[in-house]
Write a protein that binds this ligand. Structure first.
Ligand code: TRP
Length: 504
């Protein structure tokens, strides 16, 4: 079964695009992009963002699509065909995302499920966080412990929701891609669009919304000379476009032979960017409303990530009264759930594709085992120290793992193997040779600009790491948890790459 001729295939290019955009659009678009804009110069941040998109994001997306499509394989299979000794580079991201990033990503979706239910119930029984949303989140909901090492007991509501999230992931991925991921994304993505537009238009009508939008987009050009602004832009591009995850390689491997890869990369990345940009209006309108209600500045109330979604946003909801706040909250957290799920299934699919390519196991059994191990791995993030662990693992895998994979991919294809043939493949598969301008843009990016800028960013971050250890945690915790996760997944990747290919 399952040799290269009867691998799964997308039913339509539209289905593929929905799945690729589904992977790209996730929690990061909603709670991170708008914050980064606000922090890094408002509208002016769009400049570093688009620069990063055009010199690294799109070229790398083209590269990952082309790799998967030309070699017709998941990340390890495709890279093994590039060069035997590079197979580990395909395994590493799918392993560290499958047994790292998605473990806590699913727990966060579990938090969203909890908050969605609580918001819905507040319509008639009032908000449980009405007194103090911050204390509620950290003390009552997470029951955060004092240190990284005191795990305490499991939080049962979080645990239940996390089980639910894993079951949904499992039930989608155990079917072949066209009946699983593709069918799910055909429901998720239109739903996500509808929910998001509802949020945006509703939020824009709130008093004070314009103050928020101003804080989101009012440009401050002076910040563009700061390194951090550029680091943030590149980091956001990687996480948001699912680059360096091994996902886009697997997704492209299910495409039919005749496709226009460059066009698909443009559509995927622009849709992702547009989504982030539009979602920002919903987030900042709410912040503007809240600032006006409590007589503060937008700057004074804004935070990013979990703090935004689970502390500030819930507080804003309480100001609107039970009915309005409860309803808007339900929609907001449902939006996060849908955006998150369409991303998390993408890595399960990518890991599954990798293991299927190599070991020819029965898909349903493989997905059941993978999701069960994944669920067990999520448990530590459901503990009372979960947020600490999440923060550390995220910092290392997300901050270094993805960009390192991207950097090595560029060097590998740009300098050592088949650069010309890969470029020709872009032309052949679309039916006409690519234009000279596009060809030289891609060449320059993959050879010089993308690897150069990634190297610089990784170097700056590492230097910062040494001068002040991450997040004020004990150095031992950072080294053991962060470094350990990076090393272990790396060993696992090397180990997997040494196992024999079945039926070859
Ligand atoms: N792009 C997603 C976001 O912006 C992140 C993401 C994509 C992801 N694929 C994933 C996270 C797989 C975990 C697992 O949020």
């Amino acid at each position: 079964m399952n040799d290269s001729n009867d691998r799964s295939q997308w039913k339509s290019s539209y289905g593929f695009l929905l799945a690729a955009v589904g992977s790209a659009v996730g929690l990061g678009n909603i709670w991170r992009f708008s914050f980064l804009c606000h922090k890094n110069g408002g509208g002016a941040f769009l400049i570093p963002y688009f620069v990063a998109l055009f010199i690294v994001g799109i070229p790398l997306l083209v590269l990952e699509f082309a790799l998967g499509h030309k070699k017709q394989g998941s990340a390890p299979a495709a890279l093994e065909k590039v060069g035997k000794e590079w197979e580990w580079l395909g395994w590493w991201p799918v392993i560290f995302v499958m047994f790292g990033i998605v473990l806590y990503y699913n727990v966060i979706i579990g938090w969203c499920v909890n908050y969605m239910v609580m918001a819905f119930r507040s319509i008639w029984s009032g908000f449980p966080w009405a007194e103090d949303s911050q204390s509620f989140f950290y003390n009552d909901f997470l029951a955060l412990s004092d240190t990284v090492w005191s795990l305490g007991s499991l939080r049962w509501q979080i645990l239940l929701a996390t089980i639910l999230v894993w079951v949904v992931n499992w039930s989608i991925c155990f079917r072949h891609v066209e009946k699983g991921v593709e069918a799910a994304c055909k429901i998720f993505m239109p739903l996500l669009l509808l929910l998001t537009l509802t949020l945006v238009f509703w939020s824009l009508t709130l008093p004070g919304a314009m103050q928020g939008v101003k804080a989101y987009l009012y440009p401050d050009w002076t910040l563009l000379s700061k390194k951090q602004v550029w680091q943030d832009a590149f980091g956001q591009i990687f996480f948001s476009l699912s680059l360096g995850f091994g996902i886009m390689i697997a997704y492209a491997s299910y495409l039919p032979r005749k496709v226009n890869i460059i066009r698909y990369a443009l559509i995927t990345s622009l849709a992702d960017t547009l989504y982030s940009f539009v979602a920002g209006f919903a987030v900042f309108s709410i912040l503007g409303y809240m600032a006006q209600e409590i007589g503060a500045t937008v700057h004074g109330v804004v935070t990013e990530g979990p703090g935004l979604a689970f502390v500030v946003y819930p507080k804003a909801l309480t100001l609107m009264g039970n009915l309005t706040g409860g309803l808007l909250g339900t929609i907001f957290f449902l939006t996060l759930c849908v955006a998150g799920l369409s991303s998390s299934i993408s890595i399960i699919e990518a890991f599954t594709a990798a293991a299927l390519d190599k070991f020819k196991i029965v898909r349903a059994r493989l997905v059941t085992i993978t999701c069960s191990i994944g669920f067990v791995g999520s448990l530590v993030f459901c503990s009372r120290a979960g947020l600490f662990w999440l923060d550390i693992v995220d910092h290392f895998l997300n901050g270094y793992g993805l960009m390192t994979v991207g950097l090595v991919e560029c060097l590998l294809v740009g300098w050592y193997y088949e650069h010309g043939r890969m470029r020709d493949h872009l032309g052949q598969s679309s039916g006409k040779p690519i234009g000279a301008l596009v060809a030289s843009w891609w060449d320059w990016s993959i050879k010089f600009i993308a690897p150069g800028s990634l190297f610089l960013i990784i170097f700056w971050s590492l230097r910062g790491e040494i001068s002040h250890p991450y997040g004020g945690y004990p150095v031992s915790a950072v080294v053991i948890i962060g470094g350990g996760w990076v090393l272990l997944t790396h060993f696992a990747a090397v180990f997997f790459s040494h196992l024999k290919w079945k039926l070859r």
